[in-house]
Design a protein around this ligand. Structure first.
Ligand code: NDP
Length: 457
């Protein structure tokens, strides 16, 4: 079967890739199982050297790689460059910390019985990934897995398959053996095939619905399952914010960067009533300034949506909100020209009866709601099945901390948003996921401990 790769800016087919079959997956899995043993026997330094080399190759070819990413996902070219360059910080993090978290830990080295922990790779892992930030979310899994001594079958989303093939090409060029990393090409049905095979761990980035299906499907295998899922991330702007314009600029970027197609995009905004009107005016002024158009142009900030079907979903959110009393300040419809373009959309006077404040939008659309107190904001921020991130903009650290401590989310932000760092864990709670990538936790996610009790006779 051929997989058609389309350019979301034009709707035209870029190329067709040969999709992997069920048999291909089985053959590649057997190969990866053989390769993993030898890979794990290599010193950590040798595995890290390959990853560092991979990073250098990506850097050398970043302009061509950015063009591929933009062509297949519609991500504006400047944002593709940012993602490719920014993802390098995962490699720097591994270089700095992998030895600390993967080396043996000696707990008792005197007396009759010595005790230590060693960290062994899981084996062959399945990495089923998303299209929205393929470098970031891919690196979080496959680079960390490889450094820990695992072999990896990487299934990119069908919307980022060309980028997935580039990962494979450059990892092999960097010295990662072919029987240690394999990229398989296909749509969701190929992902399903991975679930039906016996991997030693499943690491998934994507929607709640697919994540839940994966966890249920592989539960009987009793292997680690890690899920990085969606969110409905709230942001609260308190009435002590002095520079309302600057706050609006930062918050708008958090909502509209990558067309809102970010797992930790700001998805709903609450604003204290005394600054509500001023904030809305500044916010709309900022969003109006965004340049929408050809994603290959340096100045473009809003390109096409990666998936055309999202347009109908966004139209429904707008219609639902407006029918329930929201005011449409901007956008609310697609562009008439070719490509999956949707105008940046701002809805104000929203409330939680509206889908736009409750269901993940994953597009260039935001709802803003007025609140009368911090308690009201807290209650609304917590009124969600998701638990990825939450943010507060406030001059007072104490006030922000009092709110953020109350959030049931894996990440909280004070005066910033839509941000990921390799130093701290990336994890979702409730419907936003299971387990952590990045940080010491993300390094240890790809190993299993072995306890040694050692006695000299
Ligand atoms: P999907 O869940 O639709 O797809 C994710 C991956 O799963 C893709 O590779 C997809 O293949 C594959 N897949 C689809 N069906 C199955 C199946 N039955 N079995 C196994 N694999 C399958 O996610 P989206 O493409 O919609 O991605 C967007 C979502 O990802 C958003 O909810 C976003 O918030 C979330 N996300 C979360 C992140 C986090 O770190 N928490 C980071 C990035 C995104 P294919 O695409 O080829 O159909």
């Amino acid at each position: 079967m051929e997989l058609k790769i389309k350019n979301p800016a034009t709707g035209k087919t870029i190329t067709e890739l040969q999709a992997d079959t069920k048999l291909d997956v089985q053959v590649k899995l057997n190969t990866l199982r053989k390769g993993q043993k030898e890979w794990a026997r290599k010193p950590l330094k040798a595995r890290l050297d390959c990853i560092v080399k991979f990073g250098e190759l990506i850097k050398e070819n970043s302009e061509a790689l950015a063009a591929i990413l933009t062509e297949e996902t519609g991500k504006p070219i400047q944002q593709s460059r940012n993602e490719i360059n920014g993802a390098q910080n995962r490699i720097d993090h591994l270089s700095q910390y992998a030895a600390r978290w993967l080396s043996d830990e000696v707990l008792v080295d005197s007396g009759a019985t010595h005790e230590k922990i060693s960290y062994e790779p899981l084996g062959v892992i399945a990495n089923i990934s998303a299209w929205n930030f393929p470098y970031n979310v891919g690196y979080n899994v496959f680079l960390y897995a490889l450094v820990a001594g695992n072999s990896v079958m990487y299934k990119p989303s069908e919307y980022a398959a060309l980028t997935g093939k580039q990962f494979e090409k450059y990892l092999h060029l960097a010295g990662v053996p072919e029987n240690v990393f394999q990229c398989v090409i296909g749509d969701g049905s190929l992902g399903q095939t991975l679930l039906e095979n016996n991997f030693d761990g499943y690491f998934f980035t994507g929607s709640y619905a697919t994540g839940k299906h994966i966890a249920q499907s592989v539960a009987h295998k009793l292997v680690p399952v890690q899920l990085e899922l969606g969110g409905k991330d709230p942001l609260f702007v308190t009435d002590d914010v002095l520079d309302i314009k600057q706050a609006a600029i930062n918050v708008a970027e958090g909502a509209f960067y990558n067309n809102g197609q970010s797992c930790c995009a700001v998805e709903r905004i609450y604003v204290s009533e005394s600054i509500y009107d001023a904030f809305v005016d500044a916010f709309v002024e900022e969003v109006v300034s965004y340049k929408i158009g050809n994603p290959m142009h340096d100045a473009t900030f809003i390109g096409p949506l990666t998936r055309g079907q999202q347009i109908e979903f966004l139209d429904k959110q707008v219609a639902d909100a407006v029918s329930k009393g929201a005011v449409l300040k901007l956008g609310g419809q697609s562009l008439e020209e070719e490509g999956n373009y949707y105008k940046p959309t701002v809805l104000v006077d929203c409330n939680h009866d509206m889908n736009v404040m409750v269901d993940e939008s994953f597009g260039p659309i935001i709802g803003i709601q007025k609140v009368g107190s911090d308690q009201e904001a807290i209650a609304l921020m917590k009124d969600t099945a998701y638990g990825l991130t939450a943010a507060v903009f406030s001059t007072s650290e104490q006030r922000a901390m009092d709110i953020l401590r109350d959030m049931d989310t894996g990440t909280v932000y004070w005066n910033c948003c839509d941000r990921v760092s390799p130093n701290v864990p990336w994890s979702g709670r409730k419907s936003s996921g299971l387990g952590s990538t990045l940080s010491s936790q993300g390094i240890r996610a790809f190993v299993q401990p072995k306890a040694y009790h050692l006695r000299v006779l």
